[in-house]
Each structure stands twice: as C-alpha cells, then as structure tokens.
Design a protein around this ligand. Sequence first.
Ligand code: ZN
Length: 214
Amino acid sequence: MPNTPTHDFLTIASAVVLTPAVYGFLNGIEVEPVSAWTITVVVGVAHLISGILFSPDLDIDSRIHKRWGLLLFLWKPYKWVIPHRHFWSHGLILPPIMRLAYFFGMVIGLLYLAEYAFAQLGATNTNNSLTLATSIITWLTDHPIITISVAIGFITGGAVHSIADWLVSGGKRLLRSLFVPPKRSRVARKSVWQVSVPTRWLVDPFSKSGPRHY
Ligand SMILES: [Zn+2]
C-alpha cells in the first residue's frame, strides 16, 4: 500500500489535473463562466476533503484519524463495522458517498442525543438537530448541481486512493502485461490470464478480496 504522505501527494496532484479538466469541460459545453467556476471549485475542494480527511483508510488506525483530533470518536463505529480494506471502504463509487452520509448521520445523531439528554434534565427540547438536518437536505435538493459536484469530488478523491492501492497491490503488473510489448515487460512470459490480481473489491460489495498487503 502507498503510505499516507504518498496518498496525500496523489490527492493534491490529481486535484491539480482534475480542476482545469472540469473547468475546460464545462467551458466546452458552454456553461456560463460563474457557474463553471463554482462547480470547478466545489469539485476540487470535495476531491481534496475526500482524499485527505474522508480517506478510505479510515477503516484502519492511520494518520487520517489524527487529523480528526477531538472528533476522532465519530469514526470509531465506522472502523469497527467496516471490513478492513474491502469494497465498503475502498470501493470506487458508493463508499466515498457512504462516508459522507455516515458523517452527516453521526453529527445529527449526536446533536439529537445531546438535545434529548438536556430535555431529560429539564431544558426545553428545541429539536434544532432535526431542523438542521432538514435544512441541509432541503438545501442540497434545491441545489442539485452543487450536490452532484460534491458527490463527484468525493468519488474522485476516494478513487485516486483506491486505484493507487490497486496499482501497488498488483494492478501495475496486470497493466504491464496488457500494454507493454513482451520483450520489455517483466511479466513477458505470462499471458494476461496468468496474472492474478484481485480487482473485484473495487466494484463488488460482495467481494471477499481486497488490496494485497506487501
Ligand atoms: Zn487504502
């Protein structure tokens, strides 16, 4: 597996490539400049947050946990429940969105519990947590382009990490056997069918495999 600084570097380097590409694409399909800038910034920031704070490696003890400081406890249940280096943490599309939804659910859930506890002690139950949750969901549904941009950024941020793990755990060998002419490939003698690389964990929730450890 690449270590955390390598993953961080890849997240930042890919953001540097991704953001002009998103802006160029939006410009190409004639989205007005202000909207194109807004979408580009949202995708870029979501990509960075996904890779650096909501990393797939939250399923194990890692430097990512330290970044959460006092809020680290929010991720403890996630770490207990999510299988170590598996589709549910390292998969390509669903898991990054799931992490965001999990975080949202935990924050609202804890605010709700705190309000409930204060109400038991005699304070007025204001239901601010539910009002906050409803306002956020309403805002997101009223601004679908921003919501989709956040989702895209979160997916790309997680995907850069998962693909790097896949490349290090054998994917590079598979690509070499597919694209490098036999004489220059170290796996020249092997056909592509002989190169066994677990890949299903990237897309299949029921896969029992994960990125290999070296
Ligand atoms: Zn990983």
